[in-house]
Design a protein around this ligand. Structure first.
Ligand code: UGA
Length: 442
């Protein structure tokens, strides 16, 4: 089995390192942040990801998995080097910031002591791999051969372990015969299980990843655009989505209308694709994604407007109870979270906003320290003039609406994720506002 180095130990890298050890390989995870390395070495995952802490502990105990800040040692030891660092949105444009990918790739090339395969997994604009090949060629020591290929990752937060061990597909971009054979050995278990392998050139592999995210984003904005037609026409978008979903060509997933998409991937990836498509002169793709982005951001404004309307035209000095801070359930990630965006917008309009999230309280507090944070649903809704459900955690869907109604000043709920049982909440005395549902306020 090849020895594996994984550079970057965020969501992608930490999960990948643990999964590679689970697949039987010896693995070293590398990060420049000593705190992360210390935590992971002690069996602690620096973020909330179901199932990952247990598997990390199990893999550390096998002796196959370790973490270090010493990139030279790790690269000198390994045969396959995965690049799993972040590609955030640049501060001054929609382009992806490639500085971490470039630094990690250059570090691998520079420290190679024997022939190595560099495998990019980070999400990058099309054309990055070709540039990195030039960077590698310039850095690699004499007498050592380095090959760079792209193998994008499609894991979802909250299901990262499952998605990494049982991927929907394995894309191998720019491989040669020997490097394809090596990666087929790395992924032998999922391939044996039936994960399809797509072998393609470097730019296709890079584009598959961003196109997948762009399609998912488009699907969400499509249903949100239809939701506004539903509202105007007196139709119900949740029933409509179920009916559409029965068509296997469409499928039900990613047709949940509501507050729209956020997180560390979809928003920045569609913007980076817009930017790159423009650079390449593919203006139509860029225009389409611009609409997708606008519809998505409009959903946040719409929920802010609904909250203001629920408070009679102004939220100044009104109490707003916010249920949910994470960008989706089963994560503590609040990067570009629509929930926190709405909470902060209402706070800026003078509302007293109290947020509760079962997992993301700490991450939310460090991003938006000026909001108030509760430690239970009850505490968040206490005395509220309006309650907003902004992330569809099971805990909120299971909550007893009768009990909660009694705690509020005014039992008005805005269900921005379309998952509450509207009839049950109305029955319990709530004024219920849904998005894209027959009666918006009833
Ligand atoms: C997304 C992709 O789904 C992964 O395949 C990809 O690997 C990952 O980005 C990445 O590029 O790393 P993730 O960011 O974990 O994964 O989140 P998703 O599950 O895709 O959800 C994104 C957002 O869309 C969330 O805010 C969610 O609430 C929203 N959403 C999702 C809707 O508003 N409606 C839906 O029907 C589905």
């Amino acid at each position: 089995m090849p020895r594996v180095a994984v550079l970057g130990t965020g969501y992608l890298g930490a999960t990948h390192a643990v999964a590679m050890a689970q697949l039987g390989m010896e693995v070293v995870g590398v990060d420049t942040d000593p705190h992360k390395v210390e935590m992971l070495s002690a069996g602690k995952v620096p973020f909330y990801e179901p199932g990952l802490p247990e598997l990390l502990t199990e893999m550390l105990a096998t002796g196959r998995l370790r973490f270090t800040t010493d990139v030279a040692e790790a690269v000198g030891w390994a045969d396959v080097h995965f690049v799993c660092v972040g590609t955030p949105q640049s501060k001054t444009s929609h382009a992806a910031d490639l500085r971490y990918v470039e630094a990690a790739t250059a570090a691998i090339a520079k420290h190679l002591t024997h022939d190595g395969l560099i495998v990019g997994k980070s999400t990058v604009p099309v054309g990055t791999g070709a540039q990195l090949r030039a960077l590698v060629a310039a850095q690699v020591p004499d007498g050592v051969r380095a090959e760079l290929v792209w193998n994008p990752e499609f894991l979802r937060e909250g299901k990262a372990v499952q998605d990494t061990l049982h991927p929907d597909r394995i894309v191998l971009g720019g491989t040669t015969g020997p490097s394809e054979a090596l990666l087929r050995r790395v992924y032998a278990a999922p391939i044996a299980e039936g994960s399809p392998v797509v072998v393609c050139d470097l730019p296709t592999a890079e584009l598959v990843k961003v196109s997948a995210n762009a399609f998912l984003a488009t699907k969400i904005s499509f249903i949100n655009a239809i939701a506004s037609v539903c509202e105007a026409a007196g139709a119900d978008v949740t029933v409509l989505a179920d009916a559409l979903g029965h068509d296997v060509r469409i499928g039900r997933q990613f047709l949940d209308a509501g507050l729209g998409f956020g997180g560390g991937c979809l928003p920045k990836d569609i913007r980076a694709l817009m930017f790159r498509a423009n650079e390449l002169g593919a203006g139509r793709a860029s225009a389409l994604l611009q609409q997708v982005d606008e519809i998505n951001m409009g959903q946040r404004e719409r929920v802010v407007d609904l909250a203001i309307a629920a408070c009679g035209g102004s939220v100044l000095n009104r109490r707003v109870g916010v249920l949910g801070a994470a960008f989706k359930p089963h994560t503590d990630d609040v990067r570009d979270s629509p929930a926190l965006n709405v909470a902060a917008a209402l706070h800026l309009r003078g509302a007293q906003v109290t947020v509760y999230d079962p997992q993301a309280g700490d991450t939310a507090r460090s991003s938006f320290p000026t909001l108030a944070y509760a430690t239970s649903v009850e505490e968040a809704v206490e005395g509220a003039d309006v309650v907003l459900v902004l992330t569809e955690w099971d805990e909120f869907l299971r909550a007893d609406p009768t009990h909660l109604a009694a705690l509020t000043a005014n039992a008005h709920v805005i269900d921005a994720r379309g998952k509450l049982d509207a009839a049950a909440w109305r029955q319990a005395g709530w004024t219920f506002t849904g998005l894209g549902r027959a009666a918006v306020v009833a």
